[in-house]
Ligand binder design. Sequence first.
Ligand SMILES: O=C(CO)[C@H](O)[C@H](O)COP(=O)(O)O
Length: 225
Amino acid sequence: MKFDRSVKIAPSILSADFANFGAEIEAVEAQGADWIHVDVMDGHFVPNITFGPATCAAIRPHIKTVMDVHLMIAPVDPYIQAFADAGADVITAHVEAGPHIHRTLQAIRATGAKAGLALNPGTPAEAAAPLLDLVDLICVMTVNPGFGGQKFIHSCVQKVTELREMIGDREVHIEIDGGVDPTTAPLVVAAGADVLVAGSAVFKGGSVENPAPYGENIRAIRASV
Ligand SMILES: O=C(CO)[C@H](O)[C@H](O)COP(=O)(O)O
């Protein structure tokens, strides 16, 4: 996976038809998605349960772009290899999910996957400062994780500015996750973000049978930045 700073749109399959992930992924990629974002939730770190490595392995053959796996689970370490084996290109763990985040990030990179670090809205940018040389991506949560369709928390935009400054010339993506739409996307891109996760704003109005709205929604976000 080659680093590039252009803006990438990563639809979250949390807002797709759970009975039809393969076709949903193919439809949204055909409509212009740059990455596919996969939200793994455990009902413990976050108050919702989605799916695990078996589902990731099952959808992998349908993904032509980048499989971006966001682990909202605790503990993380026992499951890293399983998600890497399932074909994840990026594996993101939360700084809040355990006491040994250096070990977690090193374990992710040891699998050959890119290492992502996610920060909840209540976690300051400084939490990432000691970890900058161990990460390939920082995911700034702009909602409290657990559910799609929540309202963007505007105070997180300042955190993006601080992180971009902190990152300097390192090859580290800043990803935004939660409430991204054509109104909020320009704010975070101006602050330095380059990966935009969007669930409801991409999948609204469309379906596998009628995928054109996915393309319109993706183009609307792209045009807004
Ligand atoms: O990680 C998530 C929730 O924990 C989702 O990726 C995120 O909320 C995207 O959904 P939406 O664009 O609908 O806000």
